[in-house]
Design a protein around this ligand. Structure first.
Ligand code: ATP
Ligand code: MG
Ligand code: MG
Ligand code: MG
Length: 559
């Protein structure tokens, strides 16, 4: 590509609206422009980076056996109403009406849409498993769109959805995606952490975020360099809580709510029904018990209060019990007691609630923490900080801020139950399909990479995602010899497969250097005064290399 024919409108000054390095440099170097708050245009440079990132993701998803498709952005409200998310989603959902006054939403995510496709096509266990993905524009009317591509209202996501015949198989699909995400983020050259997310939500094992370390990130992460433990501070408030031995339990009152229906449960808990993942009414020794799993939706996590999984009352002691009730152990976590967790309260404030005892048939009410529970290994991540002991191995923790670039989630049957996406199993019974979903913030990744890889002069692209591989600067375009040499090197490098940008513009050498630093292409070849002796300069943007090289040796250097 010849810069004289290319479109890269660089800016000399820092744009006043930009605060973070990625926002500043992506604007200044001509990768993006803003159309309206949280809505960006990808200029040719930005588009090239976007495609490179997409292709790394695509290649790894394909290798993992996922099938690419493309779902509509415009989705009918009827689907959202089936799962209750038309109401639950709130203002973040972009809503609109067609000419006949029918409601639609611009997809912020696509669980409903894909589940509708699957329920219409999948009939038997023989038709499963599947993992479908798409790379597509998403819409969320974020309360605070900011930092450029980091939090947009229109942004690009890779979203995948797996469909399996059982929890066990779904976990396998989940694990494959987890491995695939590691491959993707490594290939993107990122310094990232996989963190426990929504630990309460699905037992820690079943939801993970991939977080890029970045000073401007909105996620607070603690991690242990010794054992690899890492958690999102907000999501991991109650990790490892443990009951004291039964004989030491100081609470005497036993309480059994006698509730028979989801509606009653919802009323009892004073919660909208949609928040109840699973309600199980069961009988033990002729008594009715209720096990209730409640959580905030993935999408309303931001609302804080809904950020935590709330288990009011589970008194299941053994994994056998769990199995009997169709739950896997992961659903109630590694501990056999589940505390109601309220996001805005610290542990000292938790008062007068009901918990299941670590024993069949027993429940305790008026439980206060820490009065009634010793919580060995308990860790309040809401106040987690550097050097606190790791909850797993006790080594001092590190703390960092991070950008969430990926999120994987075992959904279970939440959507398939609500939308009746079922299949006929081997035993002839009709069962709900077990789902997982897996997101990557593709456009946010552009910014995340820049947050991690820049200096005071501009971007330093990792080779895998750079818009071009090599940047040739002809310092004096009035000099015929320089022009000729530039053209020759350019054509040679292109012929051996490199993406090359040739700066043949009639502007000062100083401006060319400034732009090259801003744009951040990994290799630079400078055609200057030494040309008369047959030499040009070759250097790397990250400053790890700077040397003179004979023109005839260039091809060998890059081979
Ligand atoms: P966040 O916590 O940053 O609001 P989220 O948890 O709401 O993100 P998910 O629903 O998990 O997001 O979506 C999958 C991925 O999409 C996220 O991990 C993130 O990388 C990306 N993403 C989410 N919201 C935005 C946004 N407004 N702009 C750009 N990327 C986003
Ligand atoms: Mg969000
Ligand atoms: Mg999040
Ligand atoms: Mg998320």
């Amino acid at each position: 590509m010849r810069a004289s024919k290319f479109f890269m409108p660089t800016l000399k000054e820092n744009p006043s609206e930009a605060e973070t390095p990625s926002h500043i440099f992506l604007l200044r170097a001509g990768y993006i422009r803003m159309l309206a708050a949280g809505i960006y245009e990808y200029l040719p440079l930005g588009f090239r980076v976007l495609k490179k990132i997409e292709n790394i993701i695509r290649k790894n998803m394909d290798e993992a056996g996922a099938l690419e498709l493309l779902l509509p952005i415009l989705t009918p409200a009827s689907l959202w109403k089936e799962t209750g998310r038309w109401d639950v989603y709130g203002k973040e959902l972009f809503r609109l009406k067609d000419r006949n006054d029918r409601d639609f939403a611009l997809g912020p995510t696509h669980e409903e849409t894909i589940t509708d496709l699957v329920r219409k096509t999948i009939k038997s266990y023989k038709d499963l498993p599947y993992n479908f993905y798409q790379i597509q524009t998403k819409f969320r009317d974020e309360a605070r769109p900011r930092y450029g591509l980091i939090r947009g209202r229109e942004f690009i996501m890779k979203d995948a959805y797996s469909f399996d015949i059982s929890e066990e198989e779904a976990i396998k699909s989940y694990e494959i995606m987890k491995e695939t995400y590691h491959k993707i983020f490594k290939q993107l050259g990122l310094d990232y952490l996989m963190v426990e997310a929504d630990v309460g939500a699905i037992g820690g094992k079943y939801s993970h975020e991939f977080v890029v370390k970045a000073a401007n990130g909105e996620a607070n992460i603690v991690y242990c360099e010794n054992c690899g433990y890492a958690a999102n501070v907000e999501a991991a408030k109650f990790h490892n809580a443990k009951l004291p031995p039964e004989e030491e339990l100081p609470i005497e009152e036993v309480y059994t709510p006698n509730i028979k229906s989801v509606e009653e449960v919802a009323k009892f808990l004073n919660l909208p029904e949609q928040k109840i993942v699973k309600t199980l009414i069961y009988k033990l020794d002729n008594q009715d018990f209720v096990a209730i799993l409640i959580r905030g939706d993935r999408e309303i996590n931001e609302t804080k209060v809904a950020n935590y999984f709330k288990v009011l009352d589970v008194s299941l002691a053994s994994s056998e019990d769990l199995e009997k009730l169709g739950l896997v152990e992961g659903f109630v976590g590694p501990i056999n007691i589940n505390l109601p967790i309220y996001a805005d309260k610290s542990v000292e404030e938790l008062k007068n609630f009901v918990v299941g005892a670590n024993k069949k048939d027993y429940h305790f009410k008026n439980v206060n923490i820490p009065r009634d529970f010793q919580v060995e290994g308990f860790y309040d991540f809401a106040t987690a900080k550097e050097n606190d002991p790791c909850p797993v191995c006790k080594s001092p923790l590190k703390a960092t801020r991070g950008l969430e670039v990926g999120h994987i989630f075992l959904l279970g049957t939440k959507y398939s139950d609500a939308m009746k996406a079922t299949f006929i199993d081997k035993d002839g019974k009709e069962k709900p399909i077990v789902m997982g979903c897996y997101g990557i913030g593709v456009s946010r990744l552009i910014a995340a990479i820049v947050e991690q890889s820049h200096d005071e002069n501009g971007i330093i692209w990792p080779e895998e995602v750079a818009p071009f591989d090599i940047h040739i600067l002809i310092l004096n375009t009035k000099d015929e010899e320089s022009l000729k040499a530039g053209e020759e090197i350019y054509n040679n490098l292109k012929s051996i497969g490199y993406d090359v940008l040739l700066d043949d513009r009639d502007i000062s050498a100083g401006m060319k250097f400034k732009d090259a630093d801003l744009i951040g292409i990994p290799y630079r070849i400078v055609i200057g005064k030494k040309l008369k002796d047959g030499f040009v300069e070759i250097e790397k943007r990250d400053k790890s290399l700077k040397q003179e090289i004979k023109i005839e040796d260039i091809q060998k250097f890059f081979k």
